[in-house]
Design a protein around this ligand. Structure first.
Ligand SMILES: C[S@@+](CC[C@H](N)C(=O)[O-])C[C@H]1O[C@@H](n2cnc3c(N)ncnc32)[C@H](O)[C@@H]1O
Length: 271
């Protein structure tokens, strides 16, 4: 495992502009938690890497797959406590690639679903670094699935919309449009703003009795599921002391949970 001094010294070395070398960065999705949801390709590039930089959301059991001797850096970010700023992560990726290394940038879920993978890929391309994306299973679909909620179903929802519940910029989400959608709404990063987001939808016309479920630590042995409606999901989540990371699912597909996985405690993880 990485020693704290390893990261500190890696960060303190400057990025020197050099010519393009054979190094490459793999932007790899680690899936939502359950190590069995890691793709075979992800596992292969992790095993072949010279250096792995991983995020907070990557499950410990997946980090443990990194071979002994591979340089391992925890660049995990906390919303309140930015451990390693994004520009520093970018610098590290560029530097390691220019040293000719096979670099794995390991992220929770899929790197291109609210994972800043697109931004990192752009930055690497700007610096002439080879990049390959290894998609992962996103929590947006896998976490509901493990809890018995299909995000679409011919009888309940013909579309699914994935949004961030934590919008740094403030008002880019069109709540009045979201409130009118007939399909499933999946909200990531929405624990802190749960009550606010739910009232936004109801205030703009969404039926307060619309089924809703919130699932924390999905696909892991710590999975916690709370089911309700828009009118009571925030209260129920608070009572259950539900904490991030969690996925909120809004829509009629939530009704299927009682059929597909009636036991609240039952989960199909294999850990
Ligand atoms: C920065 S986003 C990254 C999403 C990730 N790229 C993906 O495709 O799943 C982080 C959010 O993903 C969701 N998330 C990721 N893993 C989760 C899990 N195991 N259980 C519940 N929610 C999860 C939460 O909404 C969390 O706040």
């Amino acid at each position: 495992m990485q020693k704290p001094s390893q990261l500190a010294s890696a960060l303190s070395r400057p990025v020197t502009p050099t010519r393009r070398s054979k190094g490459k960065v793999f932007l790899v999705g680690a899936g939502p938690g359950d190590p069995d949801l890691l793709t075979r390709k992800a596992e292969r590039v992790i095993k072949d890497a010279n250096v792995v930089l991983y995020d907070k959301l990557v499950d410990d059991r997946i980090v443990a797959l990194v071979p002994h001797g591979t340089e391992l850096l925890d660049v995990g970010k906390d919303p309140d406590r930015h451990k390693v700023p994004q520009h520093k992560i970018n610098e590290l990726l560029v530097r390691y690639a220019r040293q000719g290394k096979a670099v794995v940038r390991l992220k929770g879920g899929d790197p291109f679903v609210f994972g800043r993978g697109g931004e990192e890929a752009e930055e690497l391309m700007r610096h002439g670094v080879d990049v390959e994306v290894v998609p992962g299973i996103s929590s947006a679909v896998a976490v509901p699935a493990y809890a018995g909620i299909p995000v679409t179903h011919r009888d309940y929802a013909s579309s699914v919309t994935i949004i961030t519940g934590h919008e740094a910029a403030g008002n880019r989400l069109q709540w009045e449009v979201l409130a009118q959608l007939d399909g499933t709404l999946v909200v990531l990063m929405g624990v802190g703003t749960l009550a606010e987001n739910v009232s936004n939808l109801v205030a703009r016309g969404k039926d307060a009795q619309t089924p809703a479920a919130i699932i924390a630590q999905g696909t892991t042995p710590r999975q916690k599921v709370v089911v309700g409606t828009l009118s009571d999901i925030a209260r129920k989540a608070k009572e259950a002391d539900l904490k991030a990371p969690a996925v909120l699912i809004i829509g009629d597909v939530v009704k299927l949970k009682h059929i597909l996985q009636p036991d609240e405690d039952a989960s199909n993880h294999s850990a």
